[in-house]
Design a protein around this ligand. Structure first.
Ligand code: ZN
Ligand code: ZN
Length: 347
């Protein structure tokens, strides 16, 4: 890819990309790739860890600034063109880089280059998401026995995150969402001190992270006996989510997957309550490439790990969202977050 883009050098400053490329998982590091070599600069806190984790790179301890050290190497190599991650470098860092290389280098914007590779998972990566997805689903199913009127959203969120860690997760891949009643109409409500009440919809959006890989899953439940309206709303979202997953196959445009979800909700007059995109890539980060929204032109390929998460948000009433993380296979998509969707009524 570097050759294709006429970049004899590539400077990597995004820590997730550095982990992906080298295996090093510290909180500070800089990588420089040439067509023949790979260097990783770390500060003294991480020298030992880098030697344990990083593969196929020369590890160099930098005591006075990682970027400074990388810039010195760029100077030594008399590099003229260097690709860099313009989405993950501050203005101040870029200025430092320019100063340290004495402005003799043309820096080429290369945001998204590594992320493009990351979007297509290798079998081993899919297995890691599958493990995270399984833990996520187990935790949710165990949690259901705690879900009753009087339980607070934040207590349930804490229980979820505790159980994830007990099952070997590094933690929650993102802040767990528990949103009950009218709070469910906020698609990204944080868990609050509010207590669950009978006659409420409750959204749970959770995901464990294990071995660096995230899972993302949402289930909605109802406390009490749902009336016909709630049942119809729930069935519409469940049907939209199912048809979204069914539409996923290699070659389909992500915008068309998104349109499938919207079409299913439109049949019930609910599409105007679906206010976000249908899904996103999941992997080392909870939101990564590809996006599945309106106007997204990328096509799904085998090995993409993405979410399908249509939802509706009705002010005053609450929200219903159902989300799975799935992997795109040669024929169809396979669900990696296997918690039941049928046991949604808790009475
Ligand atoms: Zn989610
Ligand atoms: Zn999601």
């Amino acid at each position: 890819m570097m050759e294709e883009r006429h970049m004899p050098f590539f400077l990597m400053t995004d820590l997730v990309n550095i982990f992906y490329a080298t295996g090093f998982r510290g909180s500070a590091g800089v990588v420089l790739l040439s067509l023949e070599e790979a260097f990783l600069w770390v500060d003294p806190r991480y020298t030992l860890q880098a030697h344990e984790q990083a593969q196929e790179v020369q590890i160099i301890e930098a005591r006075r600034g990682l970027l400074k050290a990388a810039a010195a190497e760029i100077r030594r190599k008399r590099a003229r063109e260097v690709g860099y991650e313009n989405s993950r470098l501050s203005c101040a860092q870029f200025e430092e880089l320019q100063q340290e290389t004495r402005s003799k280098v043309a820096f080429i914007k290369a945001a998204g280059l590594v992320e493009g590779f990351r979007a297509v998972k290798e079998a081993e990566e899919v297995e890691r998401v599958r493990v995270s997805g399984r833990v996520t689903a187990q935790v949710f199913e165990e949690l259901l026995s705690y879900v009753r009127p009087g339980a607070s959203e934040s207590d349930l969120a804490a229980e979820i995150e505790y159980r994830m860690r007990k099952k070997g997760a590094e933690g929650a891949a993102f802040e767990t969402i528990v949103a009950s009643g009218s709070r469910g109409a906020l698609p990204h409500a944080r868990a609050s001190g509010k207590r669950l009440e009978n006659g409420e919809l409750v959204i749970f959006d959770l995901g464990a992270i294990l071995a660096g890989y995230c899972a993302d899953m949402t289930r909605t439940i109802y406390l009490g006996k749902p009336g016909r309206r709630i049942r119809n709303l729930f069935d519409a979202v469940a049907e939209a989510q199912k048809s979204t997953v069914a539409a996923m196959r290699p070659g389909i445009r992500t915008a068309d997957v998104d349109a499938t979800a919207r079409r299913a909700l439109r049949k019930h007059g609910l599409d105007r309550f679906f206010t976000h995109s249908t899904g996103h890539g999941v992997g080392l980060e909870i939101h990564e490439m590809p996006r599945l929204g309106r106007g997204d032109k990328t096509r799904l390929q085998v090995g993409n790990v993405v979410t399908a998460e249509p939802g509706i948000y009705l002010p005053g009433l609450g929200g219903i969202r159902i989300e799975d993380t799935v992997v795109v296979g040669p024929q169809n998509a396979d669900i990696l977050t296997p918690a039941s969707k049928n046991d949604w009524v808790i009475d």
